[in-house]
Design a protein around this ligand. Structure first.
Ligand SMILES: [Zn+2]
Length: 307
């Protein structure tokens, strides 16, 4: 089921998987004002009920219509433990946008740009209708005969489903789009390290086809995983070359990495993605992080090349 999005990419794929007693629905799309009617129309065309809804990760385009889908299907909602936790921290928390603004500011984003970033995020809030207390699942468990495989990186708690060489990959693996891998407040400390490991695991599991959340199916998942690892190695080289003795913030480094020409929403992702690369470099011994400015209280977080 391809559902529309009022942004780029302009759609998200949800999947209806036939299982023993009906359908397993994977993801819900964004909670647009007509999400309820849209899903009711989908259900009316099905020959069997949706018995389980599985949420792959907490991003708005995947879980935004969770409450609508629950209302329309009456089916149980299943989500990973960490992902459910992050859903609460990010979407069910009025203090989140201040936390985010403060965090962007500490990473060098100027105050006025921070305000714009936050405003952009707030526009999507009405389209995110979460459910409290989903049933929790974890890596390695079976869901209607599909193995749940954790694939952290794009989201810390990203889960995928694998059965007989078919991977329902959500945003872990996409055909043409490079999934964003950002560092955010409250995220795991090294999302890019997590992502590269998850891609290596995909190579080991060697699915024959992967169905992602956006764009075409991935007909060579192993090759695509290798390509994404190579892409990030190149981006890490670029990030390292942007560092020297002079401390630079994530915001500053986002310019050589992503260019000057970004609107506030794109800059927000660029800064988060730059930070995930800088933190990977720190763990790799190729960069150093400096948390405080000498003589000040907590200042900007900045990075230099490793000495
Ligand atoms: Zn997505």
């Amino acid at each position: 089921m391809t559902m529309p999005l009022p942004m780029r990419p302009d759609h998200v794929h949800c999947y209806l998987v036939p299982v023993e007693n009906g359908y397993l629905l994977v993801d819900t799309g964004l909670g647009l004002p007509d999400a309820n009617e849209a899903w009711a129309a989908v259900l009316a065309r099905l020959d069997a009920p949706v018995v389980t809804t599985f949420l792959t990760h907490f991003h708005p385009d995947h879980i935004g219509a969770a409450a609508d889908v629950r209302d329309v299907t009456g089916a149980r909602i299943v989500q990973g433990r960490l992902d459910a936790e992050q859903t609460r921290i990010v979407w069910e928390n009025d203090a989140w946008s201040d936390r985010l603004a403060d965090w962007f500011h500490r990473n060098g984003v100027p105050e006025d740009v921070t305000e714009e970033l936050i405003g952009q995020g707030a526009r999507y809030r009405p389209f995110i209708r979460t459910v409290p207390d989903p049933e929790l699942v974890a890596d390695g468990e079976l869901l209607h005969g599909w193995e749940i495989v954790a694939a952290p990186g794009h989201a810390d708690g990203q889960l995928t489903l694998l059965k007989e060489g078919v991977l329902i990959a959500a945003d872990h693996l996409l055909a043409r789009i490079t999934p964003t891998v950002g560092l955010w407040p409250e995220s795991r400390p090294d999302p890019l390290g997590d992502y590269i490991q998850a891609l290596e695991r995909t190579i080991e599991l060697a699915p024959e086809i992967a169905y992602g959340g956006h764009g075409d199916a991935v007909t060579d998942p192993v090759g695509r995983a290798r390509e994404l690892i190579a892409h990030h190695e190149e981006r890490l080289r670029l990030a390292a070359s942007a560092l020297g003795r002079e401390p630079r913030t994530g915001y500053e480094v986002s310019y050589p990495l992503f260019g000057d020409d970004l609107g506030p929403a794109a800059r927000r992702f660029a800064v988060a993605e730059t930070l995930s690369h800088l933190e990977r470099l720190v763990r790799d011994g190729r960069a150093e992080r400096h948390d405080a400015v000498d003589g000040g209280d907590v200042g900007f977080v900045s990075y230099t090349a490793a000495q």
